[in-house]
Design a protein around this ligand. Structure first.
Ligand SMILES: Nc1ncnc2c1ncn2[C@@H]1O[C@H](COP(=O)(O)OP(=O)(O)OP(=O)(O)O)[C@@H](O)[C@H]1O
Length: 452
């Protein structure tokens, strides 16, 4: 089937907004001029393939683009919030320059630590991506922290991640470009924690503990690398509509030493947050700034987000069409592994508890999961947690004797089959080799592998 190619000319300060459905793919090529995709520069004549994606190619100076294939929508917009975004970047860059100078003079290198909040689909991730790309293009190595477990931005949904950015975010596969599982051990491989839910409100106590773990890991990296410390941190969060009730954002601000909170696209949320910051003595030094929501940001349906997550998990296991990853099927005996769950399976969100009632310790209770059919399609985090010695009982008591809370996920496996009669699991793993006496962390997120 022949695909049509259309050329688009962008004037300085314009962007081409494209929506490409799942199952469709569109090729994007920069013919002349300069252009960027969420801050990552397009190479001249390089071909970028987009599928199941909404985004914008922006040009500061004007350019010509060739688009081949079927877009669900494509249009040029002249009104963008890029001037506000670049001002924020310039302010952050000035802070970085000062921090580098301080580090050279033997002082502490404290770069900007920015946390981005806002309603769902307000453009938080896009802004984080843009700021990170601009920083990287100027030679910085900021740390990106993903505190939005709703999507599989970095590995799979249900996780939190921290990664040192040493190259721009990949135009075709986003942050996932850093997460090739077999590259674990490389300096820019992300640190990932299994949270196991898509909403922090499902277990805020555990979420906050994981944020503490991420903060400690970042602190270690920054202590060892003053350049990274001066480059700072950019944190993306889960979309929220009610910051006044939120139990995790303020914790993250404190734990990660945030000094700039950016509220995207919501005046009310901005004013609530400003008041909350003013009310805390520890809030001294935290500035709250607001950024407009871009007119290009797309409101995505729940179904669309499900498809996006399915695409992300598939990419985790099999890579992208450009960079394929081999995944392996393996047999694992029940007795050779230990699957642990942190927190109760079904936990009502705090907001549904009677007024004044606090969540209970069960939120951080560690229990063994006895494999059964319900494990099919589960995404289990492989950890290097303590291995089971022969004769161990599967029973685990409640006080986290194995120290699995806050343990990093080395990678993920997907359960494709449970054979109860043979007491074994069939799993798909992006890393070859046997799982031997290893602790796996259970998560509520499921992935059904499909042919497409
Ligand atoms: N200027 C733009 N033009 C076209 N699409 C855009 C633009 N900015 C963002 N988008 C798209 O809009 C969608 C929502 O943006 P984004 O993911 O940044 O929002 P978010 O607030 O992080 O969402 P969530 O709350 O779900 O995490 C994404 O598909 C993104 O690629």
């Amino acid at each position: 089937m022949s695909s049509t190619t259309k050329e688009w000319t962008l004037q300085a300060g314009e962007e081409l907004r494209v929506e490409v459905d799942f199952g469709q793919s569109v090729e994007l090529r920069l013919v002349s001029g300069h252009a960027e995709y969420f801050g990552a520069e397009l190479g001249r004549e390089a071909v970028y393939t987009l599928s199941g994606e909404n985004g914008a190619v922006f040009s500061w100076e004007g350019c010509t683009l060739a688009v081949t294939g079927e877009c669900a929508s494509a249009y040029v917009a002249g009104e963008t919030p890029m001037a506000s975004f670049i001002n924020l970047h310039v302010a952050a860059q000035q802070r970085r320059a000062a921090a580098h100078r301080a580090a050279e003079a033997g002082g502490a290198a404290a770069g900007p630590r920015i946390l981005i909040v806002g309603p769902e689909d307000s453009g938080k991730t896009s802004l984080a991506r843009l700021l990170l790309n601009y920083a990287v293009r100027q030679g910085e190595t900021p740390v990106f922290v993903n505190l939005d477990p709703a999507d599989g931005k970095v590995t799979v949904p249900g996780t939190l991640a921290a990664m040192a950015m040493t190259k721009p975010v990949d135009i075709e596969c986003g942050f996932m470009g850093y997460a090739v599982p077999s590259s674990s051990g490389l300096p820019d491989a992300p640190l990932v924690w299994q949270f196991g839910h898509e909403d922090p409100a499902a277990n805020p106590q555990l979420f906050n503990l994981l944020v503490d773990g991420a903060a400690a890991a970042i602190g270690r990296r920054m202590a060892a690398d003053p350049w990274a410390a001066a480059s700072g941190v950019i944190v993306d969060t889960r979309g929220t509509s009610d910051l006044a009730q939120d139990k995790v954002v303020m914790h993250a601000v404190d734990a990660l030493g945030i000094d700039i909170v950016v509220v995207v696209g919501n005046e009310r949320m901005f004013s609530v947050l400003e008041k909350r910051m003013e009310a805390r003595s520890a809030g001294a030094g935290v500035s709250v700034v607001k950024m407009p929501r871009s007119g290009g940001v797309v409101d995505r349906t729940a179904l669309y987000k499900q498809q996006l997550n399915a695409k992300a998990v598939k990419q985790y296991f099999y890579g992208t069409p450009r960079e394929q990853v081999a995944s392996f099927s393996a047999v694992v005996n029940f007795d050779d592994i230990r699957i642990l769950r942190i927190g109760e399976d079904v936990v009502a969100p705090s907001s549904t508890l009677p007024l004044g009632e606090e969540r209970k310790i069960t939120d951080t209770l560690v229990s063994a999961v006895e494999p059964d059919e319900s494990l099919v399609h589960s995404l289990l985090a492989v950890t290097d947690g303590p291995r089971r010695t022969d004769g161990d009982s599967m029973a685990v008591d409640t006080a986290d004797p194995d120290g699995v809370i806050g343990i990093q996920a080395l990678g993920f496996v997907s359960v494709s089959k449970v054979e109860m009669d043979r007491r074994r699991l069939i799993i798909v793993s992006p890393v070859p080799g046997r799982l031997q006496k290893q602790v796996l962390l259970y998560g509520n997120t499921k992935w059904v592998e499909t042919a497409t």
